[in-house]
Design a protein around this ligand. Structure first.
Ligand SMILES: [Zn+2]
Length: 294
C-alpha cells in the first residue's frame, strides 16, 4: 500500500506510535451493531476490523507536512512517561514515537509548527517531554497552534470540563508548559499558516476541534483529526463516538467534511484510520463511501 507520501509539492510523513485492533466497537461507536456492519465485513477485514479479537483496527499517529516554508507536525499522540492511570496503553508509556520521527528523517529542532487538532490525551502527548522531573516543550523552536475554544474548554481554570481527572492532568502536563514557555498561539476562525495551508474550525468532537486543509497544485487533503475515527463512519456519518462532546454538531461536521472531499476531490486524512490511513470519499446512496486507492 503506497500510503500518503505527498500532496502536490508538500511532502508528507506519518509518525506512528501504536496500532492494531485497538478499538472496542461498541465502546467507541455505541451505534455499532452486527446487522448494520455485516455487509461491510468484506472491505473491513483484515485492515479495518479484526475478527479474532472482535475489535476495530486503528492507529495512534502524527502527520508531518514539509512545505516550502514550514515543517508542520499535526497531533502529537499519547507521549511517553505521562501519568494516565487506568489507561494501560497510555500510562507511563514507552512507545517508539520519537524513534519513528527520527527514522522518518526529522529531528525535534526541525519542527516549526505543532498543530493539535484538539486537546485530547492522545493528541497532545509529545507536546512535552520529561526533563529533570519537569515537563518541557519537546520542540524547542516550534510555535504550537491550539484552538482557543479548546483551550478555554479544557483548561481547569476556565472550562471546568475536567470531570475525568485525566483531562486536568493532561492539560497540566501537555498544554500548560507550552503556554508558559510562550510557544502557544491560540487560533480562532480560519487561520492561514501559508498559502495553501489553512486551519479551519470543525467543532463537535470537541468545541475547538480544528482541521488542516492542504492544497498544492491540483491536489488537496483534509487532515481531519478525530472528526471520524473509523471508515465505517463514512457509510454511517450519523454514528458518532462515545467521546464526541456534541454529537449533533459532530455529525454535521462529518457530513461537511465528506461533502468537501467529494466536491473538491480532497483526500481525507484522519488521525486514527488503519492502513492506508487515508482515503478518497464518494457519494453512495444517501451517504458516502471510502475509496482506499490513494
Ligand atoms: Zn484521538
Amino acid at each position: 500500500m503506497a500510503g500518503v507520501k505527498n500532496i502536490g509539492d508538500i511532502a508528507v510523513a506519518r509518525i506512528e506510535e501504536l496500532g492494531g485492533p485497538v478499538f472496542g466497537p461498541q465502546s467507541l461507536i455505541p451505534d455499532w451493531n452486527d446487522a448494520d456492519v455485516a455487509p461491510h465485513m468484506k472491505w473491513m477485514v483484515p485492515d479495518h476490523f479484526d475478527p479474532a479479537s472482535g475489535n476495530m483496527c486503528g492507529v495512534f499517529q502524527s502527520w508531518l507536512l514539509k512545505t516550502k516554508h514550514h515543517t508542520i507536525l499535526i497531533d502529537t499522540c499519547v507521549g511517553n512517561d505521562k501519568d494516565r492511570p487506568g489507561f494501560d496503553r497510555f500510562h507511563r508509556a514507552k512507545h517508539p514515537w520519537m524513534e519513528n520521527l527520527l527514522k522518518a528523517g526529522y529531528h525535534p529542532n526541525d519542527i516549526d509548527i505543532v498543530m493539535c487538532t484538539h486537546l485530547h490525551v492522545d493528541h497532545v502527548g509529545w507536546n512535552t517531554k520529561l526533563e529533570n522531573g519537569r515537563w518541557v516543550p519537546t520542540f524547542p523552536k516550534a510555535r504550537y497552534l491550539f484552538a482557543k475554544a479548546d483551550r478555554d474548554y479544557w483548561d481547569p481554570k476556565t472550562g471546568g470540563h475536567s470531570a475525568m481527572a485525566m483531562n486536568e492532568v493532561m492539560f497540566n502536563d501537555s498544554v500548560l508548559p507550552v503556554i508558559e514557555s510562550g510557544q502557544a498561539q491560540l487560533v480562532s476562525g480560519v487561520h492561514e499558516i501559508e498559502a495553501g495551508i489553512e486551519i479551519h474550525p470543525a467543532p463537535g468532537h470537541t468545541p475547538g476541534t480544528i482541521v488542516l486543509k492542504a492544497n498544492s497544485g491540483d491536489k488537496r487533503a483534509i487532515f481531519a483529526g478525530d472528526c471520524m475515527h473509523h471508515p465505517i463512519q463514512i457509510y454511517h456519518p450519523e454514528w458518532g463516538v462515545s467521546v464526541d462532546e456534541d454529537k449533533e454538531q459532530a455529525y454535521k461536521t462529518r457530513v461537511n467534511i465528506y461533502e468537501e472531499c467529494v466536491e473538491k476531490r480532497s483526500l481525507l486524512v484522519p488521525a486514527h484510520f488503519a492502513a492506508p490511513h487515508a482515503c478518497h470519499v464518494h457519494r453512495e446512496g444517501k451517504a458516502f463511501a471510502p475509496d482506499f486507492r490513494i
